[in-house]
Design a protein around this ligand. Structure first.
Ligand SMILES: [Zn+2]
Length: 652
């Protein structure tokens, strides 16, 4: 007697993508509730409430996107072809700080789900802020998701501190644990954006709730080098030492790892998400995916967020994974089509630690599947001699648009290319509105160097005023002798080697930006310490008292990045470098404290000495009083008051 089931897909070319890659050229899949009841040549055994004839079509598991940041669809194409730090710190993070709210996340997730369903993805691993809204969006769209609530050591759009961030992750997991579609997880962003305490707390939390842990590991050489310098070892041993692998880890990227680290990942049962497009686009490199597979690691494929891809198309991603493995090894047998498809389905699910419920068409697993129709010119004709030919059709020539039907958890999300759970037009309209708002925000910011500086968290000290004068002196000795005299008291002195890079902008009103590296020298002239600072100086002097000038230094900040970062971020129209030897003294003269600088320019033809006298000031009256003493002191130091120069040395 026939067994009853909800749905029977018949006459399909069924690719189960189970361990043996069992396939049925004219098979059936029986589905009951949310589960796969049976698969194979089984149509006769079942009476179905609904039966669909899939003649000429392929039925295979839904694709698994093993790493993404779904809401970033709303940042797709916002800022491209930039270096990672400029892209992330200069654009992504400031825009995220300004715009990322629960509604933004919900909208971005639903737009992502629309795209994912259209391209045959039924399951994705996410990591973002306000992950509740990602989970709600995925659940509403009907897509399965491993949702990672981001934990960072610095303030993020949804948490003011890392303690808040951890508390949020805990509440998130408590809320979603046991949901039919959503698996919650803590997502410590990466070792370099977390502390050891955060990594440990997240691993403990994951173990406590028995959920996976989603993170980024060894994405760039910079990250690995930094880990070596700070911890004396590369990334994987470092996180292992800090017990991250106490949790079931899904690690995105793993681009820069060696065999030993791959073995450590395998031994820890960690899954890896290979993100070929993102790694290429950001110039991070190419992960050793074939080697990881060879050594037994569950390697899935991810698109990463839309800002670094720029789409969520798993067909493109698996093709690229298959091609790259061949290109970098010179071996065309590396990652064959069949294996690429397994990475995009069963292995991806295993990497996400969801291998027992999805990723293949097997009895008892959830009914997460797609129907493909490969009847278009781009994938024609079909061959039947080689049973594996179907895999190469799917991986090397099929397109996302060949997906006709999509089912997740036994529910149709798309039939005949029509989305059933989302209103695509409405989502696109709302996303265009957000894009206009982000455009306006960035256009405004780009008009001001100061705003750009604030956007990267670069302004810590506000406007300050100083009176100063700078003049040529005949020799260093004259200055040294004057400082040794009785009426000038030297409070302390220091010796530097200074490298200044000045950035100038078309609009002089913006002022100029100075990146300064100070190397502190000891008595023997050896470098004992170094620091870098950034100063935004006003466009011109505020006032003049004879040869003494009043300047406004608008913002001063520690320079956390390289000059290259600032150059690419601020895009100055002109750049000038000044290298000098500077002796700096704090002196008291006529009851007032001043800084005296004795400078010798090093990258100029002239080897003249200059002396600069300056003091902070807070009122015009104070400035005027000090200006008189400065003029006097300047003469005492042997400088000719008629040979002063304005501001810095760039024009000499
Ligand atoms: Zn990522």
């Amino acid at each position: 007697m026939a067994t009853t089931c909800d749905l029977l897909l018949t006459n399909a070319h069924v690719l189960t993508i189970d361990e043996q890659f069992t396939s049925f050229p004219s098979g059936a899949v029986a589905i009951d509730n949310e589960r796969i009841l049976d698969v194979g040549d089984i149509a006769a055994k079942y009476t179905a409430r609904e039966s669909i004839d899939c003649r000429g079509r392929i039925v295979m598991p839904g694709l698994v996107n093993a790493h993404t940041h779904a809401p970033m669809t709303l940042l797709r194409g916002l800022a491209d072809d930039l270096r990672l730090d400029v892209w992330l710190l200069g654009y992504m993070m400031p825009v995220e700080r300004e715009f990322v709210r629960p509604e933004f996340v919900a909208l971005g997730t639903k737009l992502a789900c629309a795209e994912m369903i259209r391209s045959g993805t039924t399951c994705f691993a996410d990591m973002y802020y306000f992950e509740d809204s990602v989970a709600e969006g995925a659940a509403e769209a009907g897509v399965r998701a491993l949702c990672g609530q981001t934990v960072l050591k610095f303030p993020s759009p949804d948490a003011a501190s890392y303690e808040d961030s951890l508390a949020l992750a805990r509440r998130f997991i408590e809320r979603w644990k046991g949901h039919p579609l959503v698996v919650p997880a803590p997502a410590p962003h990466a070792p370099y954006t977390c502390t050891v305490e955060i990594l440990r707390a997240c691993a403990e939390m994951a173990a406590e709730f028995d959920v996976p842990l989603h993170t980024h590991l060894a994405e760039t050489t910079f990250e690995v080098e930094q880990s070596r310098q700070e911890h004396g070892m590369p990334v994987i041993p470092w996180v292992k030492k800090n017990r991250l692998f106490d949790a079931r880890v899904l690690a995105a990227h793993c681009v820069h790892i060696d065999d030993g680290e791959i073995r450590a990942l395998e031994a820890a049962g960690a899954g890896v998400a290979h993100n070929p497009t993102s790694n290429l686009k950001l110039g991070s490199g190419i992960a050793p995916a074939a080697r990881m597979l060879e050594l037994g690691v569950a390697v899935g494929i991810g698109t990463d967020g839309c800002a670094s891809n720029n789409d969520l198309d798993m067909f493109e991603e698996m093709r690229l994974a298959a091609l790259l493995a061949k290109g970098i090894s010179g071996n065309p047998t590396a990652i064959p089509a069949k294996q690429a498809l397994a990475m995009s389905t069963r292995l991806g699910a295993r990497a996400m630690h969801l291998g027992d419920i999805t990723g293949s068409i097997e009895r008892g697993k959830r009914a997460d599947l797609v129907v493909l129709q490969l009847d278009q010119a781009h994938s024609w004709p079909p061959f039947e001699r080689d049973p594996d030919a179907v895999y190469s059709r799917i991986v090397y020539s099929a397109k996302a648009t060949d997906v006709v039907d999509v089912m997740c958890d036994g529910r149709w999300l798309m039939r005949d290319r029509e989305l059933l759970t989302l209103d695509e037009n409405e989502l696109q309209r709302a996303a265009a509105d957000v894009a206009r708002r982000i455009d306006r925000f960035l256009i405004q910011r780009e008009q001001s160097v100061l705003q750009k500086l604030i956007a990267i968290g670069g302004a810590t000290e506000q406007e300050s005023f100083e009176v100063q004068v700078k003049a040529r002196v005949p020799s260093a000795d004259a200055v040294q002798r004057a400082l040794a005299s009785d009426d000038i008291t030297v409070i302390r002195g220091v010796h530097y080697h200074q490298y200044d890079t000045y950035f100038f902008f078309d609009d002089a009103e913006q002022g100029r930006l100075r990146y300064r590296e100070d190397e502190f020298l000891d008595d023997a002239g050896k470098v004992v310490n170094a620091r870098a600072r950034l100063t935004l100086t006003g466009p011109s002097r505020e006032a003049a008292f004879g040869s003494v000038l009043l300047f406004r230094s608008r913002f001063l900040a520690p320079a956390a990045h390289t000059p290259r970062f600032y150059r690419e971020y601020f895009r100055p129209t002109l750049e000038r470098e000044v290298e000098k030897d500077r002796r700096r003294w704090l002196v008291a003269y006529r009851g007032v404290q001043f800084y005296v600088h004795l400078d010798r320019l090093l990258n100029r033809a002239s080897d003249a000495y200059f002396v600069e006298v300056k003091s902070r000031t807070w009122s015009r009256r104070d400035a005027q009083d000090k200006a008189a003493i400065i003029a006097d002191l300047l003469e005492r130091l042997g400088a000719n008051p008629n040979e002063t120069i304005e501001a810095d040395y760039v024009d000499l």
